[in-house]
Design a protein around this ligand. Structure first.
Ligand SMILES: Cc1ncc(COP(=O)(O)O)c(C=O)c1O
Length: 371
């Protein structure tokens, strides 16, 4: 309707009638808007909320300062804070541009063409890729049932194996290898093998203290432990992570460190995240643990299965449905999940654990699978 026609329709009405009609029109519009339900994205594993404003203000404040100069390439403040937190020497910590880049650097350092990298599978798709990028061959040890089997991992080691990767908790299955089992494995691997422990999701495990596995660096000089600020800290866009090793691993740590360090904005944000972030990290951790328990308990009465998870996601399968089909059925209910094929198992989907409202929508959507 044109503008003139729009106004003409009110010509023969008194003011009250016009107002009533406009009110009714708005009421109907509002009703329609409320009926639109936005999709719930449970396909990604990083923290969904916006970051702490104070932390970001610090990064922006740094951006307004001397960014014409190079940053502190040793990230002295961050390494000091992390060393204190983990009761380590600062020399045992290297800060880098996210765990992924540090892992890839480690692969370049430790692997030569023809070497092998052993990893349990399904796991983080970076691991086979980083082996290939270093000219080495990835060797996958089947862990389709969920848990990594340390004996099977050890049996896969050959003369050519130079690296073993353990993702703990594992992405995408969520299973967790306790420090005691890891200690056994580390004690058995031959001297020509370095073990890279990816602890991107470690804050979400509630089996043992958070540093239980990390502390094993004091017993095993060929263990390197990788952590990230992308997950529970919710700062994936800043690209920040670190690697921890034994006091005897200085050659490896120096070889992995980014030559000119990490940018000044990221460093400023992380310094403040470490100062201010602990309460928020605890709140997020507790939320995930609580909602994960709720989801896993509810699955008993639903037509889906999942191994126990120690991460901020669960690894679901539905008898008779492929992962793609299961993801499609959930999408019809407005819940987006990650199909398992690219993550290593066609008949699964990975579903992130969020707050209580998200849990309810997920469980409702899973309930509809019965129809
Ligand atoms: C197991 C695992 N490690 C590392 C990362 C990425 O860490 P960053 O963002 O620090 O590179 C991810 C992200 O998906 C992951 O799943």
């Amino acid at each position: 309707m044109g503008l003139l026609d729009y106004y003409r329709q009110f010509d023969d009405m008194d003011q009250e009638e016009v107002n009533e009609r406009l009110r009714e029109k708005r009421r109907l519009e509002k009703e329609k808007e409320l009926q639109v339900v936005v999709n719930l994205d449970l396909a990604t594993t990083e923290w969904p909320d916006f970051p702490n404003a104070e932390v970001m203000n610090q990064a922006i404040f740094a951006a307004r300062g001397r960014v014409n100069g190079y940053p502190d390439r040793h990230a002295t403040a961050i390494r000091g804070a992390l060393a204190k937190r983990h009761e380590l020497d600062p020399e045992q910590v290297v800060f880098g541009n996210g765990a992924t880049e540090l892992l890839q650097e480690a692969a370049h350092l430790l692997l030569a063409p023809g070497d092998e990298l052993v990893t349990h599978w399904p796991s983080y798709p970076l691991f086979p890729l980083m082996a290939a990028r270093a000219g080495a061959r990835p060797v996958a040890v089947d862990a389709a049932g969920g848990a990594a089997d340390p004996e099977a991992m050890l049996a896969a080691v050959t003369e050519r194996t130079k690296v073993m990767v353990v993702c703990n908790p594992n992405d995408p299955t969520g299973d967790y290898l306790p420090a005691q089992s890891l200690r056994w494995l580390l004690g058995e691997v031959p001297e020509h093998v370095h073990v890279l422990l990816d602890e991107a999701y470690v804050h979400f495990q509630d089996i043992e203290p958070i540093d239980s596995c990390l502390k094993l660096v004091s017993e095993f000089p060929r263990l390197l432990v990788f952590r990230t600020f992308s997950k529970v800290y919710g700062m994936a866009g800043l690209r920040a992570g670190y690697v921890v090793g034994s006091t005897d691993a200085s050659r490896e740590l120096e070889g992995i460190a980014p030559p000119l360090g990490v940018n000044a904005l990221t460093q400023a944000g992380i310094v403040h995240a470490l100062k201010l972030g602990d309460d928020e990290v605890d709140r997020r951790r507790n939320l995930v643990i609580e909602q994960r328990k709720r989801i896993l308990a509810a699955l008993h009465d639903l037509p889906v299965d999942a191994p126990h998870s120690q991460a901020n996601f669960v690894w679901l399968s539905a008898p008779g449905l492929s992962g793609v089909r299961l993801a499609g059925r959930l999408e019809e209910e407005g819940v987006i999940v990650a199909p398992g094929g690219p993550l290593g198992a066609e008949n699964h989907v990975r579903v992130s654990v969020r707050g209580a409202a998200a849990t309810e929508r997920l469980l409702d959507a899973l309930d509809k699978l019965r129809d």
